[in-house]
Design a protein around this ligand. Structure first.
Ligand SMILES: *Cc1c(COP(=O)(O)O)cnc(C)c1O
Length: 232
């Protein structure tokens, strides 16, 4: 099923790009493999997928220990500062930076490994109580605040839009995230030049692409429903 699902997702991405007058190469599909076994990841790899997303540090560690092929792993979930030390050299990007303590810990661990970590600031566009992320109003001062951390490369913004049956209702949040990115870039904050928008999941990635997503994070649409009983 994974092969067939990927064909559908790829077609949808291409069509959304066409509608928006964008090149297919502007959008990267992150295959969100959380809770899914390595065998599923291998199936996706056989279809040419090399970019994967996970939301738990332990799962990234387990999976990268088992799969030796060069892949790009994105940390897309809420992250506790005490877990950051496992990520340099393992994850290529952290999508969920939303507090100073976490940013400072990434700075410390990246410096220790003598590398710069690509990060995104997570923004809770719909002000949902149940979600992590900064409010849109907090994002600008936060970008300024963490811009001095030299081992962070602040690549852009990430949002998780509300869960809904109607993807059109999330368009306003995707549009808003794009505007926020443009607003931040217009401030010319030293070391902050954002080129990345991580937005859109199975239910709404096509709308997100129309509104400028450069990363879409698709799990269920590729791997099917998740069974959280699989995860310790
Ligand atoms: C699980 C998850 C996804 C994928 O969700 P689907 O609806 O299964 O596509 C995307 N982004 C984040 C941050 C996630 O945790």
């Amino acid at each position: 099923m994974i092969k067939e699902n990927l064909e559908v997702v790829e077609k949808n991405i291409q069509n959304a790009c066409k509608r928006a007058g964008r090149e297919r190469s502007e959008v990267t599909l992150i295959a969100v493999s959380k809770t899914k076994p390595v065998s599923d990841i291998r199936e996706a790899m056989a279809c040419g997928i090399t970019v994967f997303g996970e939301n738990k540090v332990q799962e990234i560690r387990d999976k990268t220990a088992e799969i030796k092929e060069p892949l790009s792993w994105h940390m897309i979930g809420h992250l506790q500062a005490n877990k950051v030390k496992y990520l340099p050299g393992v994850a290529c990007m952290i999508h969920s930076v939303d507090n100073l303590r976490l940013a400072q810990e990434i700075e410390k661990q990246a410096a220790k490994h003598n590398l710069t970590m690509d990060v995104l600031i997570e923004v809770n566009m719909a002000h949902e109580d149940t979600k992590f992320g900064l409010s849109p109003e907090e994002a600008i001062p936060f970008a300024k605040e963490i811009s001095t951390l030299e081992h962070l490369n602040i690549r852009g913004l990430m949002t998780i839009a509300p869960f809904t049956d109607d993807p059109e209702s999330n368009r306003v949040y995707f549009k808003g995230l794009r505007q926020l990115k443009d607003e931040i870039n217009a401030l010319s904050i030293p070391r902050v030049k954002m080129d990345t928008l991580s937005m859109g999941m199975t239910g709404d990635y096509q709308v997100a692409i129309e509104e400028g997503a450069t990363f879409v994070r698709v799990g269920t649409g590729i791997f099917g429903e998740r069974d959280y009983a699989n995860i310790k």
